[in-house]
Ligand binder design. Structure first.
Ligand SMILES: Nc1ncnc2c1ncn2[C@@H]1O[C@H](COP(=O)(O)OP(=O)(O)OP(=O)(O)O)[C@@H](O)[C@H]1O
Ligand SMILES: [Mg+2]
Length: 203
């Protein structure tokens, strides 16, 4: 059975789609059969991302186009979820996913929102074990990322070791409909390296 990784958050704009697209790309580059399901039809969504460029090196499916047989053959399924989900939807995610990945920025407000969501996920011990935060948009200079990771861990949250740094290459990748490794930018390789490291930590 494929591993199902759902990327979610209660706060919008934390990097769900950016991480979903790139993580799926990293799994595919590693030779895994990886599929991205886009459960968010809006502007920033993964389907539209794929449509802007020459095509991504993996399938991006809308829920209505998912063929169960095809999915069963995949090694990993990444689900990009909609912004501002209802608690009921979040609860359901806990049953559908092997891993729930919650991106968080480093600011105090973002960390508060993330901790609150994690407290909700922790109410169910089964879901608790499956939920992990990834600190995203970390300023490449300074120690804000390490600080955020430490603060979250102190409040009992499981946090990925990998810090995904803030790079313009991710923004450009979304604009061009490609992965950041294919963007002409002097930090593109660093951006891609963060994603590959994160993918290895997850699977
Ligand atoms: N690591 C990063 N470095 C720089 N910019 C980033 C990074 N991650 C995300 N972004 C940018 O932040 C913005 C929001 O990212 P994204 O659309 O992935 O968030 P989202 O959580 O999917 O948003 P929504 O809740 O609207 O679905 C985008 O402009 C994206 O390019
Ligand atoms: Mg999104």
């Amino acid at each position: 059975m494929p591993q199902v990784i759902a990327v979610t958050s209660e706060k919008g704009g934390v990097g769900k789609s950016t991480l979903s697209v790139h993580l799926t790309g990293a799994f595919a580059e590693r030779g895994l059969s990886a599929v991205l399901i886009d459960e968010d039809g809006r502007v920033g969504s993964a389907v539209r991302w794929a449509g802007r460029g020459p095509g991504l090196p993996f399938a991006v499916l809308e829920p209505e186009n998912v063929k169960p047989k095809k999915l069963r053959e995949a090694d990993v399924i990444v689900i990009d979820t909609e912004g501002r989900p209802k608690r009921r939807e979040l609860r359901a995610l806990g049953e559908r996913a092997d891993l729930i990945l919650v991106p968080s920025g480093v600011s105090m407000l973002e960390l508060d929102a993330t901790t609150e969501l994690m407290n909700f996920f922790h109410e169910d011990p089964q879901t608790r074990r499956r939920t992990r935060v990834v600190v995203n948009r970390v300023p490449p200079i300074g120690r804000a990322g390490e600080g955020a990771r430490e603060d979250l861990r102190e409040s009992g949250v499981t946090v990925c070791n990998t810090l995904v740094r803030s790079y313009a290459a991710y923004v450009r990748a979304a604009e061009l409909g490609v992965l950041c490794r294919d963007v002409l930018d002097h930090r593109a390789a660093q951006a891609w390296a963060d994603i590959v490291t994160l993918s290895r930590e997850l699977l």
